[in-house]
Ligand binder design. Sequence first.
Ligand SMILES: *[C@@H]1O[C@H](CO)[C@@H](O)[C@H](O)[C@H]1NC(C)=O
Length: 244
Amino acid sequence: MDQTGLVILLLLGLYQDRTAWKWSLDNTYVYGDDGNIAYGDWFVFQINHYSSSQVCGKVTGGNLSDLPCEHQLNSVCYDEPNNKYIPVTVPMTWSSAQSYCREKYTDLTSMRTQQEKEEILKVTDESSWWIGVDRKLWNWPDRSISSLALWTTGDPNGGASELCVVSYLGGWADVDCGLSQIKLLKIELKSDASLDLNDPSVHEDLLNHMEKHMRGHGIHQKFTLRWRKPPSRKVDEKEVEPLL
Ligand SMILES: *[C@@H]1O[C@H](CO)[C@@H](O)[C@H](O)[C@H]1NC(C)=O
């Protein structure tokens, strides 16, 4: 078994929460804590699902849409003490625009009410302007924002179709999440010719090896390992009891 290389992928809890948009002015969720939007017809938010570590909100003719935050756009600041909306016609990244507004006024403006939208429309033209709303791309299930990033080279690469994360060779990769919380996804077997993959004792060895690997990854709950052999799809299962 020395020549056998195993690649084991474990699904982590990290995922893309597409409703995790936040207003920077008061740090509340655009879609509320329960993910349900609370605005009327006046609120148009067209989300294009850009793949970037952070996506930000711009208004164009009063309609909100998303854009990777490193784009350079004009922006609209809000001056809370004077209740004024200030157009800034110096193209900047969203973060620079936010720093600028926070330094000179209060923050980038929000667009939480129809009134705020009308004020924004008064000071902007039909081009695109940053306002104070953004979303970090990857979230943990408790909605905390993670700065931990162990992406493998080339990841994340899935764009809109890969919204979950697996641990892969000690690093992370984004994958499709039609898979439950922690699940063994894929094993690539490289073996020398002497390994008989039809031998039940080899199956047993591999399942034991995977079990150790998963326990070594800190997986303490109960899990099921399946040995599936195409094309017959015959299954050998091993259920592993939880660690107490
Ligand atoms: C804003 O969105 C509405 C509804 O989708 C659309 O009819 C309108 O043309 C948009 N306006 C601009 C300036 O994009």
